[in-house]
Design a protein around this ligand. Structure first.
Ligand SMILES: *Cc1c(COP(=O)(O)O)cnc(C)c1O
Length: 463
């Protein structure tokens, strides 16, 4: 029997959610043109679209919110956030921004331009977009194990260090503007990076004088995986592991909507207060986000982040958080239901290719499973496969993704074990009738970029 790690908190405020009937859901998803982004939130029972900004804040955060100092410049709330972030990460310069992609937009053009390359273990989609907007090219260099969903190794998010070094030599070190380590590796399924790997990447970067940037959205979940899985770190505290990880890099970008457990926020960190980047970051921040002491956020948001940074690295919380994913994974293992294993830190990535081998990538198996789960139980996940990948910009042809995932992202501190059991039951039922699904979907309308957010789909009906 799968074991659930009980919540290290109790519930003080609740929000009612409703369950539609199956008939109503069938109608709603049709009206939404079979795109789950087009559903109204209130027509969803368990919303697993994303873990980004969907977190439940604590009573400590809500009371800090009331302390928000809304001074335009030099607000008290700004200094609280500075103290917390400098304490946890050990960096000398911290710039608040309104979310992760704003950090990318402000920081990347300060060192990336036409002809440059950025190499990552794997780029998140907005991070890749901002590398390209700066005129540079983005290359992924994750370990090969990440592509095999049934291979259970502890650090599937790692950089392939030998390959990294050979790419640097091939491109010429002067042409590589930055190396990025995404922790955890979101696109590979929330898979962690080891401290050992981070250190190896750091020494390659030092050898070739290339700056190393951490994409730090899920830094705390990554640190907890390190404590659980990396022998050399098992006696370190989460805080020590976080310090050790960030000591390897020169800078970070962060979406605070994940492990900082707020609904909106982000940060840039620069380790060295003498860095020539700081003045450029300040200038870009003032143009794009707002003055440097608020960075597009309210004083009250800065307060919530300052508290959330500490709550997010609490070991009891993290043990519960990773335990929630492990519970889902153990329940799926009992039924032989395929997912990216071992389970990652922020959700479970069901292997839709193995649910529906009869459905080709251009009929979007990940989206098929997503729609089946909505019809079955009002659960909303997201396709991380060919439907999300889109078309080749040069030929216009549908690209084929390596994996066809349906991601069930779990918001932080929001759902209970009973909700997890509803998810397990729904996935089991959909798995049992997987052979009855004959065809997938085709797109009847799509915008030119990031089409998955808006496209219209229709079921394929064949004789
Ligand atoms: C969410 C995320 C981002 C972008 O952050 P937003 O707050 O959504 O703009 C960047 N990188 C990673 C790894 C993320 O998960």
């Amino acid at each position: 029997m799968a074991k659930y790690v009980a919540e290290p908190f109790r519930i003080k405020m609740v929000e009612t959610i409703k369950v539609l009937t199956r008939e109503e859901r069938v109608e709603k998803i049709k009206e939404a043109k079979y795109n789950l982004f087009n559903l109204k939130g209130e027509d969803v029972y368990i919303d697993l679209l994303t873990d980004s900004g969907t977190n439940a804040m604590s009573s400590a955060q809500w009371s800090a919110l009331m302390q928000g100092d809304e001074a335009y410049a030099g607000a008290r709330s700004y200094y609280k956030l500075m103290d917390a972030a400098k304490d946890i990460f050990g960096y000398e310069y911290i710039q608040p921004v309104h979310q992760g992609r704003a950090a990318e937009k402000v920081l990347f053009p300060t060192f990336l331009s036409q002809g440059k390359y950025a190499i990552a273990n794997m780029f998140f989609d907005t991070t890749r977009a901002h590398v390209e907007i700066a005129g540079a090219r983005a290359l992924d260099c994750v370990v090969e194990e990440a592509g095999d969903t049934s291979l259970r190794v502890p650090f599937k998010g790692n950089m392939d260090v030998d390959k990294l070094e050979s790419i640097i030599n091939k491109l010429g070190p002067d042409n590589v503007g930055v190396v990025v380590m995404t922790i955890t590796n979101n696109s590979a399924g929330g898979q962690p990076v080891s401290l050992h790997n981070m250190r190896e990447v750091s020494s390659v970067c030092k050898k070739y004088a290339i700056p190393l940037c951490i994409d730090a959205a899920r830094f705390a979940e990554n640190a907890c995986f390190i404590k659980q899985r990396e022998d050399a770190c098992k006696n370190m505290t989460i805080r020590e592991i976080v310090k050790a990880l960030f000591a390897c890099a020169d800078m970070f970008t962060m979406s605070a909507k994940k492990d900082t457990i707020v609904n909106m926020g982000g940060m840039i960190g620069i380790k060295d207060s003498n860095s020539s980047l700081i003045l450029k970051v300040k200038a870009n921040c003032i143009s794009f986000e707002g003055f440097v002491t608020y960075g597009g956020l309210n004083g009250r948001d800065l307060e919530c982040m300052a508290v959330g940074l500490y709550e997010g690295i609490d070991e009891n919380y993290l043990t519960y958080r990773l335990g929630q994913m492990q519970y889902l994974a153990d329940c799926f293992d009992e039924e032989g239901i395929p997912y990216q294993a071992p389970v990652g830190g922020h959700g479970i990535f069901l292997d839709a290719k193995k649910f529906y081998p009869q459905i080709p990538y251009y009929e979007f198996p990940g989206q098929v499973l997503n729609i089946e789960l909505y019809k079955e139980a009002g659960i909303r996940g997201s396709d991380i496969g060919s439907y999300m990948l889109g078309n080749d910009p040069d030929t216009g042809r549908q690209l084929e993704s390596i994996n066809e995932f349906t991601r069930l992202a779990i918001p932080r501190r929001v759902y209970t074990q009973s909700h997890m059991d509803v998810i397990v039951e729904a996935v089991k039922n959909v798995w049992k009738r997987r052979d009855s699904i004959r065809h997938g979907y085709h797109i009847t309308w799509e915008p030119p970029i990031l089409r998955h957010f808006q496209a219209h789909l229709e079921p394929i009906e064949k004789a």
